[in-house]
Design a protein around this ligand. Structure first.
Ligand code: GLV
Ligand code: GLV
Length: 307
């Protein structure tokens, strides 16, 4: 029996499978463990179940030498230094596939919501500012017969493309290995959605020069990681009317505080990193994370190993 530290409450059936075989130490609060508490608990664990805000790097792994495996409850693993884990022979797993549709749903929901000004409209109603019907009231952007540019062509980017096709959009994509160059995509697309993992190469992939290439009528959607976007450049692009609006599920930092300068930008809709937040998806993610842990602790290969 090994000891596994899980950094969040995990109210899903998968946890029972883990508890049946191992000693599970659960972080008891809804807020993440502070770095020192995370390390202290990791030092008593053989394996970790982490998630997007838990930073695991080489120094952390050296300070917690008992840790032999890490399962991240996410498809993205930018919170973990994969090279450092590999160098130390520590397998790292993720939860791909099961969250593809729910994340693409949120990306498309953001696109629809910003293009049709849904949250602005809802505020108008609730704040008693709903004026009688007017032909030019709250005009937004169209999706049908426009071009959707998708940056990153993994499972989620392709699922976003299918949604766009269903709405009568033409699809362009740009990725490391296929599609058209990013600059061309930005110039030709009526709307742009970002679906790349965060890596040193994709950090601030979208900055001032990139927003400047986009059409002034274009909406920008990000459901990947906040770090893929230079947020100050995005704020400026919105303020200057360089793009028509943006819908974000991810920011830097997370959580964003209510006084963050980004939130003063117009035509911006931000939701709190809920891409994979459906009952079914989160339960399946917990299953995959537990499968990874059970395999690693049995000395087998993790079914979804990234490092
Ligand atoms: C969540 O953001 C994930 O990477 O699964
Ligand atoms: C994630 O599952 C991706 O490949 O886009």
């Amino acid at each position: 029996m090994a000891r596994v530290f899980i950094t969040r409450e995990l109210p899903f059936p998968a946890l029972d499978r883990l508890k049946a075989e191992h000693d599970v130490d659960e972080w008891e609060e809804k807020t993440p463990p502070p770095a020192d508490a995370f390390l202290a608990r990791a030092q008593q664990a053989d394996a970790l179940l982490t998630t997007v805000t838990d930073k695991v790097d080489g120094a952390f792994l050296d300070a917690a030498p008992s840790v032999k495996a890490v399962a991240n409850l996410a498809v993205g693993t930018d919170n973990i230094d994969l090279d450092a884990a590999s160098e130390r022979g520590i397998p790292v797993g993720n939860t791909p596939g099961v969250l593809t549709d729910s994340t693409a749903d949120i990306a498309f929901a953001l696109l629809l919501a910003v293009a049709r000004r849904l949250s602005e409209g809802e505020r108008e109603v609730r704040e008693g500012r709903w004026a009688p019907w007017h032909p030019s009231h709250m005009l937004g952007g169209d999706l049908a017969d426009t071009t959707l540019g998708i940056i990153g062509w993994g499972r989620i980017g392709q699922a976003m493309a299918r949604r766009g096709e269903g709405f009568g959009m033409r699809i362009l994509h740009s990725s490391r290995s296929s599609g058209i160059p990013l600059d061309e995509l930005l110039e030709q697309s009526d709307h742009v959605s970002l679906h790349t993992p965060l890596t040193p190469e994709t950090r601030h992939l979208m900055g001032a020069p990139q927003f400047a290439r986009m059409k002034k009528t274009a909406y920008f959607i990000n459901t990947s990681r906040g770090g893929t976007v230079d947020q100050e450049a995005l704020r400026a692009a919105l303020v200057d009317g360089q793009i028509a609006g943006a819908g974000l599920d991810v920011t830097e930092p997370e959580p964003l505080t209510a006084d963050d300068p980004l939130l003063s930008a117009p035509n911006l809709l931000v939701v709190p990193h809920v891409g994979s937040a459906t009952v079914r998806t989160r339960s399946r993610m917990a299953d995959l994370a537990v499968d990874n842990l059970l395999a690693a602790l049995a000395g087998d290969e993790m079914p979804n190993r990234v490092a």
